[in-house]
Design a protein around this ligand. Sequence first.
Ligand SMILES: Cc1ncc(COP(=O)(O)O)c(C=O)c1O
Length: 455
Amino acid sequence: MSSKSSTNFSSPDGLVESPFRLAAADMLPQSSGPIPSPHFPLPNAMRSETEASFSDEPFSIPVADRVKRLPPYLFGKINKLKHKKRQDGIDVIDLGMGNPTDPPEQFIIDKMIESLSDARNHRYSVSNGVENLRREVAKRYDRKYGVKLNAASEVIACIGSKEGFSHMCLALMGPGDTAIVPAPTFPIHSYSVMLASGNVIALDVRKPDEFLSNIAYTCEHLFPKPKLVIVNFPHNPSGTCIEQDFYVDLVALAKKYGFLVISDFAYADICYDNYKAPSFLATPGAIDIGVELTTMSKGYSMAGWRIGYCCGNAEMVRALGTIKGYYDYGIFQAIQISAIVAMRHGDESIDRLCEEYQRRRDVLVDGLTRQGWEIEAPKAGMFVWAKVPEPWAEMGSINFAMKLLNEAGVAVSPGRGFGEEGEGYLRLAIVENAQRLRQAVREIGRCLKPESAVA
Ligand SMILES: Cc1ncc(COP(=O)(O)O)c(C=O)c1O
């Protein structure tokens, strides 16, 4: 019997026949003996840190054009240095990423442990999210924003909101389509459009009224008109916030010019000073033209669990579901069950978390302001967006961030990493506790003081 005919082509998971298995078997030498086991060496040493998997090196293998079209990754240099310092045993106060250092509430972890013991939870789940989870998301929207959603057709669970966001772009965009994205730009807002072969127009969001009139202007003058407008309030990185009126105007523009809207509402839960971030979906007519992404990464400190939601227009949700149906088998069911419990019983813990983030915000903003930095305290989100102080403005945000990392041991994100509009600024994530933030302020002050005096 030839090696080919002895190969079992039925898939071990009983789902699909893999063309790759057939191709691999075809490549093996034809012999009557046992099939030799090929040895494929691992291409690289395993990388231990998330950021280490990014590189600013050019691609040297002939990757697809959609990958080549991506702009250089501007955080590469700083991430490499941070990684190196950690390897050398140097304590880095990491304010670089909005990656919460706090664990989720204990009742969520307990539910997860209990769910792990149930054998039924270890199978593939459904790609859209289990029914009870989608129902809980709908209930939460009603409770928080007065938005009534049909859990079956207007809610879908995602492997983190970033996955849902990027696959939604893939579902909507193609060659020749244009999306308006917020500037400064959270990288995935433009990368997802580019990966879907679409074009990007980045408009400054820091003055929301001007952002709206620039959307209208672009729609009047561009042909074909933009197909999609991406909004993200509370905004990462600038912390810009809006009120519900903004969405009323946006929906009116969308209906006038015929564009779709994706609202990235990742920082919905993290608000301060009695500000309540409005939901796009709470605007009359919003559901006719758009969707909104929410996440459990921030308000529930479940970033590593990878769970978020896309809600809104049923056709858009269905398109995302179709793409996801091909790409994934859903979120680990134990996580979905824990997420249901988190949403049912977690409102108070979100309030406590907001108080904690507000304390941290105040430590950082007050401390740096005392040193002469120009900062507006954000009303929401997990970031402080700070102007590079005058004596160092000329060196550019990337070099200034490298200096803070090298000389103060504090990692921050340079504004330039969020596009040209971010130049001149730094983004500092308030993910470390208040004591560490005080230490960061002290170290920054110590590192800049002598030069400031000279300048
Ligand atoms: C604006 C924005 N959108 C989306 C995400 C991704 O969130 P998730 O963890 O749900 O994928 C983040 C994470 O930092 C973010 O800042």
